[in-house]
Design a protein around this ligand. Structure first.
Ligand code: SF4
Length: 764
């Protein structure tokens, strides 16, 4: 049996024809729909007998390999016996600059389609047409050539000859990977309690192409419970690749360690970790143009060699490996990591690479998505991250400043900047006496043509603007305008818009209150998405907010820890804002008592810095025979590490660490054994009451959901669960959890507490 290599036309021709340098420059980030709109307007002119988005495929033998080519051409046009393949490319650039020779890769793509059609239909020649269409004006430019079947075949064989060595490297790896996965045992002695059930649910979701929402408490071994079944699914051919998405670098390391463990048991699987561009960039200043960066200059001339070298030697492709190979081959480490990610079996990265339209891996084709599972760690974070990704705001002051600075430099740019500034002034005048207003949907839309005009002029100005403050201001304002324009394109009933006024400043925001629609859109096409977290509670809320549907799978795994590992106490005082003054005394007294009766290392979490400092002052009035640390806002990496390093095992003096709920010490911190023996959680974590939060509440009330729960209670209780969850991390840990708030006794709040926290002993 010959080996079969399945490949789409686009990656094939891109592999063979790529060359030249990375060009970034300033390009209008038009809404995603524009390209297809221009495409559609041409396709609408087709006759009824013509075909658009026509699927073509062909098996082509080369050596002992059968290449299974497939693709979708924009148009198949029929005129009697004559058939024309049309490939449409939309551009925001100048059509006059495009000649027949400008893009050989476009010809290559269309010629492949022509060959595949001719082969299937027995044609002895075909006409190939390239149509370039301007996105805005929809003006067109066309080129045509006619080639015989023999010429087309010779061309495709030439492509395969160039691709063949790479394909063989991949085939060898696929064989090794398959064999290694088949023999791969679960990398621990035994499954922990709940772990087998969780891993089984992940496998089933991948196999059945479903979404899964899983609450898996600490100790379930979440990372391995999701990765192991996904890897097995790759081995069985159910899946081609997996993405492991995290919110933080620390959780990325855990995933790398899980792969390392499986590798130590024989796994051969290529795993790439993506690092943010600004972190991994080799240059002092990130300017991705050949004139400024030697790693951008000639990038595409060297990338195939760099990738082949990488794949010949490495499977654990973390940041260090990427950097080493990028230096060796003089290629940009960030673009290199992306190119490697497209070809990898597993990718560990931030949520952005799947869910943020600005950053997502756009070259991932639909059929590749269909073979990809997305595992989303700490998925509770994706609600707020989604809100951030899909929202945009625009501020008046940069436009005012630009108005001052452009007057003497560029009249055309000045006019556009002034128009935006004037529109802000009109908005403020319309809402005199107000500090904040909800806006009707049309209001921000009136800014869009003004921002588009500004962007066009800013792009031209930036081509020649010298380095310095002016360039920086213009660049930042340009990107803010682009983001606003793009976001306005997504605006629907899940958004609200509002403006806030403070003296001469105006801030206008498009707020994606409910990110579910956009998350669903960005996740569309993936085979399966597994959302998991220790605090996905209530699951129905997260399923709703993360774009799930009623028939998605859900699972809640019980805690694997023994009841006696955790002592839960409850101090029923009110920590509501109005009662805070009164609450300080009993909380301070309780802390002294706990430290006296149960010495050890404690983290004490408060809803705000202000409240924390006030309780701390009261606490410090009484002598304390231990040590106290207090979290400060904006602590550096070293300060944070030193804070956590103070929590030592076997310490003789009691240590109290005062910290803020939802801050850097309340999530992702792993102080095992007696490094942490007590956690105190003060309050139910509600976000600060404010105008924006309240609009969120009103929005959900207006959609038939409980606005208070969605805007305040659920996000707040998530912080409580995260903070309390710092305590018991392993089977050896023991400790005391003190919940401070009378609302924990109310049935609605109490229902959101984990079973293992109940019943709590009430402190009187
Ligand atoms: S090394 Fe830095 S500046 Fe150069 S292309 Fe890469 S990201 Fe851009």
């Amino acid at each position: 049996m010959p080996d079969i290599v399945e490949i789409s036309v686009r990656p094939l021709v891109e592999y063979v024809f790529r060359g030249g340098s990375i060009e970034s420059g300033f390009r209008t980030g038009s809404p995603l729909t524009e390209g297809t709109k221009a495409h559609r307007s041409i396709q609408q002119t087709y006759k009824e007998t013509d075909r658009k988005e026509a699927y073509v495929e062909a098996d082509v033998e080369y050596g002992d390999i059968v290449y299974r080519l497939e693709g979708r051409c924009d148009g198949l046009l029929f005129n009697g016996d004559e058939v024309t393949v049309e490939e449409i490319k939309s551009t925001a650039g100048q059509l006059e600059l495009i000649t027949e020779e400008t893009y050989p890769v476009h010809w290559a793509q269309a010629q492949c389609y022509a060959y595949m059609y001719a082969k299937a239909d027995g044609k002895d020649h075909m006409t190939i047409r390239l149509t370039y269409v301007h996105r805005k004006s929809e003006e067109q430019k066309r080129f045509e050539r006619t080639l015989t079947y023999a010429e087309l075949e010779a061309f495709v064989l030439m492509l395969l000859q160039a691709y063949d060595p790479y394909a063989r490297l991949q085939l060898r790896h696929a064989e090794e990977r398959g064999r290694s996965i088949k023999e791969l045992p679960f990398p621990f002695e035994a499954y922990r309690q709940g772990q087998r059930k969780f891993a089984g649910a992940v496998y089933k979701s991948i196999a059945e192409q479903k979404r899964l929402f899983a609450r898996a408490p600490t100790g379930t071994g979440k990372t391995i419970s999701t990765l192991f079944p996904a890897v097995k699914a790759i081995g069985e051919g159910v899946l081609r690749r997996l993405f492991y998405l995290t919110a933080k670098t620390t959780t990325r390391t855990l995933a790398e360690e899980a792969f390392a463990l499986m590798r130590s048991k024989g796994l051969r699987l290529r795993c790439v970790t993506l690092t943010a561009k600004e972190k991994i960039c080799f240059k002092e200043e990130t300017r991705c143009q050949k004139e400024f960066c030697e790693f951008a200059d000639g990038y595409y001339d060297r990338i195939n060699g760099a990738l082949s070298d990488l794949w010949s030697g490495e499977t654990a492709i973390n940041r260090e490996v990427i950097e080493a190979y990028a230096r060796k081959h003089r290629v940009c480490p960030f673009e290199f990591s992306l190119d490697a990610a497209y070809a990898a079996d597993a990718v560990i990265c931030d949520y952005n690479y799947v869910y943020d339209p600005r950053i997502s891996l756009k070259r991932l084709l639909d059929e590749q998505k269909r073979q990809t599972a997305v595992l989303i760690d700490e998925a509770h974070n994706l609600v707020d991250r989604g809100r951030d990704m899909y929202s945009a705001e625009l501020i008046k002051s940069p436009f005012l400043e630009l108005k001052r600075q452009t007057k003497a430099r560029s009249r055309a740019l000045y006019d556009t900047v002034k128009a935006v500034n004037d529109a802000f002034i009109t908005l403020r005048k319309k809402n005199m006496e107000q500090s904040g207003v909800l806006l009707p949907e049309e209001e921000p839309q009136t800014f869009i043509p003004l921002l588009e005009a500004f962007s066009a002029e800013a792009e031209a100005e930036l081509l020649g603007a010298p380095e310095g403050e002016y360039r920086q201001l213009l660049t930042d304002t340009y990107y803010a305008a682009q983001h606003f324009i793009r976001t306005a394109g997504y605006y629907d009933e899940k958004y609200i818009s509002f403006a806030e006024f403070e003296r001469s400043e105006v801030r206008m925001k498009l707020l994606c209150v409910d990110p579910s629609g956009m998350l669903r859109l960005m996740g569309k096409g993936y085979r399966s998405q597994v959302y998991f977290s220790a605090t996905l509670s209530p699951i129905s809320y997260y399923r709703d907010m993360l774009g799930g549907e009623a028939d998605d799978y859900t699972i809640a795994i019980p805690s694997p820890f023994r009841k006696e590992q955790l002592d839960v106490l409850l101090l029923p005082v009110s920590t509501r804002y109005r009662d805070r003054e009164r609450s300080k005394e009993p909380i301070a007294a309780m802390l002294h008592q706990a430290a006296r009766e149960r010495p050890g290392n404690y983290l004490v979490f408060f809803p705000s810095y202000e409240y924390m400092n006030e309780v701390y002052s009261r606490f410090a009035e009484t002598e304390f025979p231990g040590d106290v640390l207090v979290q400060q806002g904006g602590m550096s990496e070293e300060e944070r590490e030193s804070f956590l390093a103070s929590f030592r095992s076997g310490a003789e003096r009691t240590l109290l660490g005062f910290a803020v709920m939802g801050g850097v010490f309340s999530e992702g911190v792993d102080l095992t054994g007696d490094r942490l023996t007590g956690v105190v959680v003060v309050g139910v974590g509600l976000p600060q009451f404010g105008r924006e939060r309240d609009w969120i509440r009103q929005y959900f009330d207006g959609t038939g959901r409980n606005g208070f729960d969605y805007a305040y209670k659920y996000p707040g209780m998530n912080k409580v669960l995260q903070a309390g969850g710092r305590l018991i991390r392993t089977e050896q840990d023991r400790g005391t959890l003190v919940l401070v708030d009378d609302r924990f006794l109310q049935p609605d709040y109490n229902a959101l507490l984990p079973e293992e926290w109940k019943p709590a002993t009430i402190l009187r």
